[in-house]
Design a protein around this ligand. Structure first.
Ligand code: GYE
Length: 358
């Protein structure tokens, strides 16, 4: 196995920043600091340690925290890995620098969760030229296929599922008019693009009105800010709020509370979220969020399998979809049909909540 461990290991052991990433807030976290792996010497690690560089989007959401933790747990010293982790703080230039630094360090594999879906071909060509396999997780890269595998979710299906659930829910409740406000995720992220497209497809088909659709940047503060302005501009005009992640939903709830708008089960507004992190599945059970469409953050175990396949000289699959579920506060919609496939909608009970892994 080719290893350029010395430079990497020394840098980790000395707690040095591995990447001059260009952003003030971006950090290369030595595994010893994150608790992911202990700094080791080449002699201790021997030639079997697999070095992995991970250029993570940032730390904007609960989903992201779960994704990072999953990678740190999987790519641990006990499992035979040395992880160089870079939090790119939602800055694309920082992310490109991080990948280029991984190339310079000569890591064995590079994992990228691309902040935006374009602008990747040049740096992926550099990875290819350096002989370093790249595995993409979560968000997609749309302007290059120079990576080994992608592991993640079908974001458009998530948006379609949201629309199909809303259609069935409204029909059951006798709601004949939908006036929706959408709080989108970060601009240019494939997660935003897919969820927006999927929901819009159903809205157009059903003749619903989307009053507005603005980015809350996948953060709680962003969701609150957008919802505050919506509450002013569209007071009394909306009956559905679609938040493209849980943290935005938290911000939107604060804004609606402050504006005296009621939401959730029995409220004036149907509130929908994406991600379904455990605290927000609890909010579904409590009736504050009407429905939540899961996005599974646990790509890392599958990435480890891909790496093991590559180590064994095998060819992994190019695209691997993680499994996800749809959750609702009430039991009036038990299934929906998405792209011709019938899918269950899970009514959240304590038992369902207790079984959630993240
Ligand atoms: O929905 C959001 C996070 O890329 C799917 O990014 C991910 C999204 C997730 O910030 O919470």
């Amino acid at each position: 196995m080719k290893r350029k461990l010395l430079a990497l290991t020394l840098a980790l052991a000395m707690g040095l920043s591995l990447a001059a990433c260009g952003g003030d807030t971006a950090e290369t976290t030595a595994p010893a600091e994150t608790g992911a792996v202990e700094a080791t010497t080449p002699a201790e690690t021997g030639d079997d340690v697999i070095t992995v560089g991970f250029a993570q989007v940032g730390h904007e959401s609960d989903w992201r925290t779960a994704s990072t933790k999953s990678a740190q747990d999987v790519f641990s010293a006990e499992n035979g890995y040395e992880l160089a982790f870079v939090d790119c703080d939602n800055d694309s230039a920082t992310q490109l620098s991080a990948v280029r630094n991984f190339i310079q360090q000569g890591v064995d594999y590079i994992i990228i969760d691309p902040i935006v879906s374009t602008g990747w071909d040049a740096v992926l060509t550099e990875c290819e030229d350096a002989g370093i396999p790249v595995i993409v997780i979560d968000r997609t890269i749309d302007d290059s296929d120079k990576y080994v595998s992608w592991v993640g979710s079908d974001f458009k299906v998530e948006g379609l599922a949201c629309g199909e659930w809303l259609k069935a829910y409204a029909a059951d409740k006798g709601i004949t008019e939908i006036n929706a406000l959408v709080i989108e995720g970060s601009v240019g992220a494939s997660a935003t693009i897919g969820r927006t497209e999927g929901f819009k497809e159903i809205a157009d088909r059903e003749g619903w009105t989307i009053l507005d659709s603005q980015s809350g940047d996948f953060t709680e503060a962003g969701g609150q800010e957008v919802m505050e302005s919506y509450c002013q501009s569209y007071a009394g005009q909306f009956n559905v709020v679609i938040c493209q992640n849980d943290n935005e939903a938290a911000g939107a709830m604060t804004a609606m509370d402050n504006a005296g708008v009621t939401y959730g089960v029995g409220g004036d507004v149907i509130l929908v979220s994406f991600d379904a992190n455990k605290p927000y599945v609890q909010m579904v059970m409590d009736g504050k969020i009407n429905a939540n469409f899961e996005c599974n953050p646990m790509a890392a175990p599958t990435v480890a399998e891909i790496i093991q396949q590559l180590e064994a000289g095998e060819t992994p699959e190019k695209e691997i979809y993680v499994t996800e579920s749809w959750f609702a506060a009430e039991d009036n919609v038990t299934s929906i049909t998405v792209n011709g496939e019938e899918q269950p909608v899970i009514h959240v009970t304590q038992e369902v909540l207790d079984a959630r892994p993240y």
